[in-house]
Design a binder for this molecule. Structure first.
Ligand SMILES: [Zn+2]
Length: 467
């Protein structure tokens, strides 16, 4: 239930007058609703009738809007304004009507129109002031179109989802362009240094020593781009960065545990930018003034080129960058297979034994085994052993798994890998899905924001804060 706003006595008078005008206009619709109800049997009382009543009720919303609109001095700013295109003087040319798509259907807006003789552009300052989009959607319709465009598995299905759930009927291309434009705005907001929403510190969970611990992780996933004229184009990488507060591992952390039912909090950023471009977008998420103030900050990543340096260089308070345990274990699995090419059970057993050693005694112990243990007889196994040894030597400083685990820290990058699937994969990597660079980038931004803690999505749509 909406709370009743505080009105001045003058506003209250206006409200009473508006109500009288609205009542005169809606009585026919109200009667229609009554007829619909009376004609309904028990079998259709709910369901079909609910949808019919919803559409009629939305019509009332449209009536309310249109009754309210013409009384306002919509966008009149004096006899002339500065032309937003060329800065010359644009003169007032009267009031012009344009329609807009609102939650209550198509409404007609009459607003002040200015024309610039210098550059020939016409302008209605009211349109951007109330947040009408290029496709003439109100911000509420824009928000729902963006949501359905990003969560449905195609823009066509997004348009259907929108109609089914809200009664708003838009074309597929409108849903697509609206989603893309919102994605660009999200990217712009995130590349500024303010981030989104008010600073509300997170309740970081504790490690085994009772220190609060926050995590940052980074991963990439390939998507198929649109080829021009059937030409195959090279794949692009979508980066996914996240800051998250996972639930403590109850086998290692026993104190200051969160209440049962608490779920993981996370913020995501994602887009088709080069690795170097993710930092400014990730940074506001982790801004100390916005709650990224855990006692210990941990970065998790696979061994991907450049990622460790980025996490360390740009997030100065990161205490340790942990190499994903499962990536390291994968290398051991590959070596075990080459060592026992004909004997799958033996290879599995070997992988398990090495993984245990890595987890219990760390990267140094594993390197000792690779350097001092048996030497495989086949040349190919020897060459893979060399490869794995180099990898372990290069990554050893991030493989102190026994210490990390004793601290109650996570050593797997599963959270960001699953984010690659939920944020990017399920909308951008389905069969037959191909994306233009800007379209894919925009949808990554929308989905990352939507999957983030709910306050992020809401903050973005708060126009008085975003302005
Ligand atoms: Zn101009």
């Amino acid at each position: 239930m909406a709370t009743r706003p505080d009105l001045t006595s003058e506003q209250e008078q206006h409200a009473q007058a508006l109500a009288t005008r609205m009542q005169a206009r809606v009585s026919e619709t109200v009667l229609e609703m009554a007829r619909t109800l009376v004609a309904t049997s028990d079998a259709t009382l709910f369901g079909d009738t609910e949808f019919a009543l919803r559409d009629q009720a939305l019509g009332l919303l449209g009536v309310a809007d249109t009754e309210h609109l013409p009384r306002k001095k919509s966008g009149y700013q004096g006899s002339s304004i500065d032309c937003p295109h060329c800065r010359a003087t644009a003169a007032f040319h009267g009031y012009r009507e344009r329609h807009a798509e609102s939650l209550g259907g198509r409404i007609c807006c009459r607003r002040a129109y200015y024309y610039c003789r210098s550059c020939g552009h016409g302008t209605a300052p009211w349109d951007p002031a109330v947040g009408l989009t290029e496709r003439r959607l109100t911000p509420a319709v824009e928000r729902l179109a963006t949501l359905t465009g990003a969560v449905a598995d195609s823009f066509e299905n997004g348009a259907e989802l929108l109609a089914e759930t809200s009664g708003i009927r838009l074309r597929e291309s409108t849903v697509e362009r609206t989603t893309a434009a919102a994605g660009k705005r999200i990217a712009a907001v995130l590349s500024g240094d303010r981030g989104l929403g008010k600073s509300k510190p997170w309740a970081w969970h504790c490690d085994a020593w009772g220190r609060t611990v926050g995590y940052i992780a980074l991963d990439a996933t390939g998507i198929r781009p649109q080829g021009r004229g059937g030409v195959k184009a090279d794949g692009r990488m979508a980066y996914v960065g996240m800051i998250f507060n996972p639930l403590p591992d109850r086998e290692r952390v026993f104190e200051k545990l969160p209440k049962p039912g608490t779920s993981m909090t996370a913020r995501y950023v994602s887009g088709l930018y080069p690795l170097s471009a993710i930092q400014p977008r990730l940074a506001p998420l982790g801004d100390a003034s916005r709650g990224w103030i855990a006692d210990v900050q941990i970065a998790l990543s696979d061994g991907g080129a450049g990622r460790e340096d980025l996490l360390r260089d740009h997030f100065g308070r990161v205490e340790v960058v942990i190499l994903d345990f499962f990536h390291a274990a994968e290398h051991l699995g590959k070596l075990a297979k080459a060592w026992h090419p004909q004997d799958e059970p033996a290879a599995r057993e070997q992988t398990a034994a090495w993984s245990r050693l890595l987890r219990d005694e760390g990267g140094d112990a594993m390197i000792a085994v690779l350097e001092e243990g048996d030497i495989p007889s086949s040349a190919s196994a020897r060459s893979i052993r060399e490869e794995v040894r180099t990898y372990f030597r290069n990554q050893c400083h991030r493989m102190d798994d026994p210490t990390y685990e004793a601290n109650g820290w996570f050593i797997g990058s599963g959270a960001v890998e699953s984010a690659c699937k939920t944020v990017v994969g399920s909308r951008l990597k389905g069969s037959g899905m191909r994306w233009s660079e800007s379209g894919g980038d925009a949808v990554c931004h929308v989905r990352a924001l939507y999957r983030s803690e709910p306050s992020q999505w809401q903050a973005f749509w708060q126009r008085d804060l975003a302005a």
